[in-house]
Design a protein around this ligand. Structure first.
Ligand code: NAD
Length: 293
């Protein structure tokens, strides 16, 4: 069992850290917020007040932070205190260029490093069923495998440093677009007087089938239970979708890729946020679409 430091004990980080403890690892946690610290202590996690106390004896440090600027500043601060050859796993969802900079900093400092953003949300973090999209060396991936297996059900080694973040934003850009498509189809069907249950039966077994319809249908009372059945409580909040689309648009600009639907989807989720619906599940975009005509 390893000594693991965990930085960022918010909605996602805390349940991930708890799963590492339950599996028998010695986990020491740090967070800036007193609310997060208290919640972590209540959950039985060992909490320290100085970041150095998390890193100095850690074989692995996991970070789960809000954005690239914060992740970079935390990594810059902890690298000198981490032992040579120890491993940093940054699970935050951040921009590809910050992820690459973190890899460069770690390499210069003789530390192993992975970018390992997740899919699966708070439910997946709690159940230990996250999917990790991982970028970094084979050596780092091998060293992380036990911790990733505990916190998730699948870890895909996507390639070199930054490729985990790249895979995550490509997936989420597609998801954001496809949910708008699903919303448009069900909103049109309603105007045409179609029964939504019948439409679900057709689409879910036809060429339009996709996760946004089959698993996470944006209308209530059809298909598996989804946020639509619970007044669009997230799930995956529209504000988080907007964040990931912003990262995708930034990466597309840097790479010179053409993403017209990604851009349009960003504008639509942005409208949701401007209407103060950013805290609703992203599938509530159907309610905006229904009102657009
Ligand atoms: P959160 O805001 O609940 O948690 C972030 C934590 O980081 C907070 O407790 C905050 O106090 C702490 N923090 C901020 N700056 C810090 C610093 N300098 N040092 C130490 N701690 C610091 O956010 P979350 O929902 O847990 O998301 C974390 C990451 O996971 C984000 O990058 C998010 O995009 C990604 N993510 C979230 C979800 C989700 O459903 N919530 C799903 C997939 C990915």
């Amino acid at each position: 069992m390893a000594n693991i430091g965990f930085i960022g004990l918010g909605n996602m980080g805390l349940p991930m850290a708890i799963n590492l403890v339950k599996a028998g690892h010695a986990v020491t946690g740090f967070d800036l917020s007193s609310v997060a610290k208290e919640a972590a202590q209540d959950a039985g996690l060992s909490i320290v007040n100085e970041m150095i106390a998390v890193t100095k004896d850690a074989e692995i440090v996991v970070s789960m932070l809000p954005n690239g600027a914060i992740a970079k500043s935390v990594v810059q601060e902890i690298l000198p205190d981490m032992a040579d050859g120890s491993l940093l796993i940054d699970c935050s969802t951040i921009d590809v260029s910050s992820a690459r900079e973190i890899h460069e900093m770690a390499e210069k400092s003789n530390k192993l490093c992975l970018d390992a953003p997740v899919s699966g949300g708070v439910g997946g973090a709690t159940a230990g069923t996250l999917t990790f999209m991982v970028g970094g060396s084979d050596e780092a991936f091998a060293k992380a495998s036990n911790a990733l297996d505990i916190m998730g059900q699948k870890a895909v080694h996507c390639g070199d440093g930054g490729s985990g973040q790249g895979a995550k934003i490509c997936n989420n850009m597609l998801l954001g677009i496809s949910m708008i498509g699903a919303g448009e189809a069900f909103a049109l069907a309603e105007k045409l007087g179609l029964d939504r249950g019948k439409l679900f039966d057709v689409i879910s077994t036809s060429s339009g089938s996709c996760w946004s319809v089959n698993t996470y249908c944006p209308v209530p009372d059809v298909g598996p239970k989804s946020p639509a059945d619970n007044n669009y409580e997230p799930g995956f909040a529209a504000s988080l979708m907007l964040k990931d689309l912003g990262l995708a648009m930034e990466a597309a600009r840097d790479a010179g890729a053409s993403t017209p639907l990604g851009k349009h989807a960003t504008d639509i989720y942005n409208q949701m946020s401007e209407l103060d619906h950013g805290d609703k599940d992203f599938s509530a975009v159907i309610n905006l679409l229904s009102k657009l005509d």
